[in-house]
Write a protein that binds this ligand. Structure first.
Ligand code: TYD
Length: 208
């Protein structure tokens, strides 16, 4: 039986997830609240091996479906070995990336589709979903302005920019679909303001 709470942090690379995770850890520590912190892909010995395999640039031939399945495999192990046991002990589990990363990156970025990835996630997690997801995202208009300001992009850069735009669209879609679970935070805001917003939301869980 699940007694703890699962909090995931999501957003594109470089949105400030790790800074905010550290802030939240300090807050929980100060309150003497039992928690663990983990990450995906990874979080277990098998997961870390899979992480090496997925992120290894030598395997450029890896197909999109293979990639999606490997993320899901790492997640299944993570849920069984680390996340569920900790939740059963009543701990707060903070996870740096979880199911929404697959929806945004594989579903939207790699265009495998949201439904396929939701089904894959459901299989990998046996239906476990985050109780709360902190989504750190630059306001899309601000992102566009920044991109336009930059010099003309070369082909690889513009491919990377197009991929990032698709991932962002995926995240925005998730935030729209599940406003109760997902707090969408403008990653361009002040670090302290963001940390305060997350703490406020955490207070609700701690009171329960
Ligand atoms: P990582 O170095 O952890 O990036 P970050 O510090 O931005 O979290 O690399 C993880 C990469 O894996 C990141 O680019 C997102 C990607 N990813 C997916 O594409 N799908 C997933 O399901 C997960 C968990 C991560």
């Amino acid at each position: 039986m699940k007694k703890g709470r699962l909090i995931s942090f999501e957003g594109p690379d470089g949105a400030g997830k790790s800074t905010q995770i550290k802030r939240l850890e300090a807050f929980l520590e100060a309150r003497g609240f039992p928690y663990i912190c983990s990450r995906e892909p990874g979080g277990t010995p098998i997961g870390e091996k899979l992480r090496e395999l997925i992120l290894d640039k030598r395997y450029s031939e890896m197909s999109r479906r293979t990639e999606a399945l490997l993320y899901a495999a790492a997640r299944a192990q993570h849920v069984d070995e680390v996340i569920r046991p900790a939740l059963e002990e009543g701990k707060i589990v903070i996870c740096d990336r979880f199911t929404d990363s697959s929806i945004a990156y594989q579903g939207y970025g790699r265009t495998l589709g949201e439904d396929v990835i939701r089904a894959l996630n459901a299989f990998a997690t046996k239906g476990l979903q985050p109780d709360l997801t902190v989504l750190l995202l630059l306001d899309p208009e601000e992102g566009m302005r920044r991109a336009e300001k930059r010099e003309a992009l070369d082909r690889l850069e513009s491919e990377a920019a197009a991929f990032r735009a698709k991932v962002n669209r995926g995240y925005l879609r998730i935030a729209e679909e599940e406003p109760d679970r997902v707090i969408y935070i403008d990653a361009g805001k002040d670090i302290e303001d963001i940390a305060a917003q997350i703490r406020k939301r955490m207070e609700v869980f701690l009171e329960e």
